[in-house]
Each structure stands twice: as structure tokens, then as C-alpha cells.
Design a protein around this ligand. Structure first.
Ligand SMILES: Nc1nc2c(c(=O)[nH]1)N[C@H]1C(S)=C(S)[C@@H](COP(=O)(O)O)O[C@H]1N2
Ligand SMILES: [Mo]
Length: 307
């Protein structure tokens, strides 16, 4: 679906999440009521009205919103799946800028208002397969990352893109487990691929903090950890960039991390997955089922060595 935000609406008006959260807590404390994370988030969400469907969307049943927003990986806010929905309300998502650096003709700091004007928003219902062998189906809202890349005019030295998440210990007192800031990377052709989505919303609304507000990447043919959340830096580079999980344990987490049922994680099988909300495991498919679109990116590459 194509989605447009009314032009007079500014991003700072769209996501005053911290303001609402604080006000809500204040009002609730006056009333003596318990404030749940769900309540805080309810005040933060803003509708993004849908316009047009995308041919990349799966018709599989969507994961219930409740599950997709309470079962998360976002180590900045704790390592337990339920931690981000409890803790991520301290993330300040407005104002927000992404710094674009490195091998580009037009390095710049771009704020959310400018990003929202780069291209019309689409809804993309994607499968997301976590390396931990669970998966979800989520209706994301965004536009191809290639739209942003074209705007900054990469030079011939731009072979890879390095992403960084915001890291601020004051906003993230529960951060633990991996080297900060959270870092990820893609090869240039992967980043330019039309499936790679620069994502600002889900389920018809702006992203909840625990899902990577205000802006993240979703790369549906790769394990979930490649889909980096709350991005504030994008650097164009000539060498394969550092990635947090690979820095932590290169044997277990590779740079490519394409979903591949034939290459097991050293500690568990990748041949099956549990769709959140389902009882039985289902077989995992090569490239998470997106092979017809992306297999050609890896012609001649040994995917067992380049896991
Ligand atoms: N900054 C940051 N991005 C991140 C992570 C993280 O811990 N920090 N976890 C990753 C992992 S392991 C997964 S599976 C997905 C989960 O996205 P979701 O919670 O929206 O389903 O986010 C990825 N992006
Ligand atoms: Mo993951």
C-alpha cells in the first residue's frame, strides 16, 4: 500500500512519544492508577493511512499486533523478549536525524521530516525470521532504502553500507550483551535491492519504540538481527563493515546471514522455525522464501562459507 502523511504534519508532531509518555505517567500518578507499557504506547501511536498494496507482500496471516510488540529483540532495552516493550518508552524518538557519511557526493544530516518526503510510503507484509528459529509476519510501512541511497549519490568507493543505531546509556539503562552502538551492514547491491525497506511504521501506525522507532531497516531474506533498529548513522564504505553480532561471535554470526535451512547455527538447527502464535514448527525456506527475488545476488558465492 502507498501511504501519505498530510504535508502540513511534521514528524515532530507525529511522534511526541516521550512527551505523551511523561504526561501520561504524570496524570496516572495523580490518579493513582497503574501505568502499563501498553498504555504509554497507546498514546504515542499515530495513524498512517494506507493507499496502495505492494506485490512483495505475503498473503500469510499476520502475527497479532500484541505479539509483534511484546516479543522483541532490542538489547539496548534488555535481553529478555519482554524487556523492550517494558523498557523502550525511555527512547526519545523526536527530534531524530540520520547522519549520512563516507563515500557519497552529498553527505548530510537528514531529519525525519525530510526522510518522510523522499518517497511515498508503502505497506509491505514481510516474513521476518529470527536467527533464534522463530518467525513473524508483519505489515511494515516504509519505502525502499534505495530511494535514500540515490539521493546522497554514492561514489565508486561505496561497496558496502554500515548502519549504526542510537546508543545513549541514559536512555538505555538496561543495555547489555553486545558491543554498542548496535552495528550492521549490507553489501551495496543488497542495500539497493527493492525488497530492502527503510521502515517507519507497522500495522498502519508509526513504529512502537520496541520495534525500532522512529526508523529501521527490514531485510526480509536475512536473519532478523540484520534488520537494525533506531538508526542514526549510515556510512558508505569500501570494506565489509563491523557488525555487532559478528564482533561478539564470528563463528555463530556471519556478515551475510541469509536465511538458510542448510547451514545450522553451531548450537541449533536452522531447518525449522516456530511462527509466533503457532504450536508446531514449520520448515524454514531458503532466503526466507524470497529466493526468486534475491538468489541472483549470490551467484558464485559459497553460502556455506559465507554464512
Ligand atoms: N539496534 C538494534 N536493532 C536490532 C536488534 C537489537 O538488539 N538492537 N535486534 C535484532 C534482532 S536479533 C531481531 S530478530 C529484530 C527483531 O525485530 P522486532 O522486535 O521488530 O520483531 O531486530 C533486530 N534489530
Ligand atoms: Mo533475531
Amino acid at each position: 500500500m502507498l501511504i501519505r502523511i498530510p504535508s502540513e504534519l511534521r514528524w515532530s508532531d507525529v511522534t511526541p512519544r516521550h512527551v505523551y509518555a511523561n504526561r501520561r505517567r504524570f496524570l496516572a500518578s495523580l490518579a493513582g492508577a497503574a501505568v502499563t507499557p501498553a498504555l504509554l504506547n497507546a498514546y504515542a501511536k499515530q495513524k498512517l493511512a494506507p493507499l496502495k498494496a505492494s506485490s512483495f507482500s505475503t498473503s500469510e496471516p499476520k502475527t497479532p499486533y500484541e505479539a509483534a510488540t511484546t516479543y522483541n529483540n532490542f538489547y539496548e532495552f534488555g535481553t529478555d523478549k519482554s524487556d523492550p516493550s517494558r523498557n523502550a518508552h525511555t527512547l526519545k524518538t523526536s527530534p531524530w536525524t540520520i547522519s549520512i557519511e563516507g563515500a557519497v557526493s552529498k553527505p548530510q544530516k537528514i531529519d525525519m521530516d525530510a526522510i518522510m518526503k523522499l518517497a511515498p510510503l508503502e505497506e509491505r507484509i514481510y516474513r521476518l525470521r529470527c536467527v533464534e528459529a522463530w518467525s513473524m509476519v508483519i505489515p511494515w510501512i516504509g519505502f525502499p532504502l534505495s530511494e535514500l541511497i540515490k539521493r546522497v549519490e554514492p561514489t565508486s568507493n561505496a561497496k558496502y553500507i554500515a548502519f549504526e543505531s542510537l546508543y545513549d546509556a541514559r536512555q538505555m539503562p538496561h543495555a547489555q550483551g553486545i558491543p554498542w552502538p548496535y552495528r550492521e551492514g549490507l553489501r551495496m547491491d543488497e542495500a539497493m535491492h527493492p525488497l530492502t525497506l527503510l521502515t517507519v511504521g507497522m500495522y498502519g501506525e508509526t513504529l512502537p519504540n520496541q520495534n525500532g522507532a522512529p526508523i529501521r531497516i527490514v531485510v526480509p531474506w536475512k536473519y532478523g538481527f540484520k534488520s537494525i533498529k533506531s538508526i542514526n548513522k549510515i556510512r558508505f564504505v569500501d570494506k565489509e563493515p563491523q557488525c555487532s553480532w559478528k564482533m561478539l561471535n564470528a563463528r555463530e554470526y556471519g556478515f551475510y546471514s541469509n536465511v538458510n535451512p542448510e547451514v545450522d547455527h553451531p548450537r541449533w538447527t536452522q531447518s525449522k522455525e516456530r511462527r509466533i502464535g503457532e504450536l508446531f514448527r514449520r520448515p524454514t525456506t531458503m532466503f526466507n522464501g524470497y529466493g526468486e527475488h534475491v538468489a541472483s545476488l549470490y551467484t558464485g558465492l559459497d553460502l556455506k562459507k559465507n554464512y
